[in-house]
Design a protein around this ligand. Structure first.
Ligand code: FES
Length: 121
């Protein structure tokens, strides 16, 4: 079993290796979307198109699947995700494109910390 610790929510869950990170979070009451993106049609329901399910893998980034071509393209093509990726190249992931293989720590909705230390500096 792999442990996923959601840092902001202070919640740890155990999942089978290969479990989708977005699915595991939502099934356990952890929200990966911010604001109006919580509801369809303002998110793509896990198809990797909207980019709103982004998370930071704060610990154990080698314990998740490697980002595929589409995920890398989506992050680079998104104007905000492109800039938020800087300095977090291995950590910023789309949770719907990410399979958990081992223990990880995850920060949800990291890119909407508009007044946090990371945004301005
Ligand atoms: S849910 Fe839209 S990119 Fe993940």
């Amino acid at each position: 079993m792999a442990k996923i610790t959601f840092v902001k929510e202070k919640k740890t869950i155990e999942v089978a290796p290969g479990t989708n990170l977005r699915k595991a979070a939502l099934e356990n009451g952890v929200q990966v979307y911010w604001g109006f993106h919580k509801n369809f049609p303002f998110n793509c329901m896990g198809f990797g198109h909207c980019g709103s399910c982004n998370v930071l893998i704060t610990k154990g980034e080698d314990n998740v699947s490697r980002p595929g071509l589409w995920e890398r393209f989506r992050i680079l093509a998104g104007p905000l995700l492109f800039f938020w990726r800087i300095g977090n190249e291995k950590k910023l992931r789309l949770s719907c494109r990410c399979q958990v293989e081992g223990d990880v720590e995850v920060e949800t909705t990291p890119t909407h910390n508009w007044h946090g230390e990371r945004f301005w500096g």
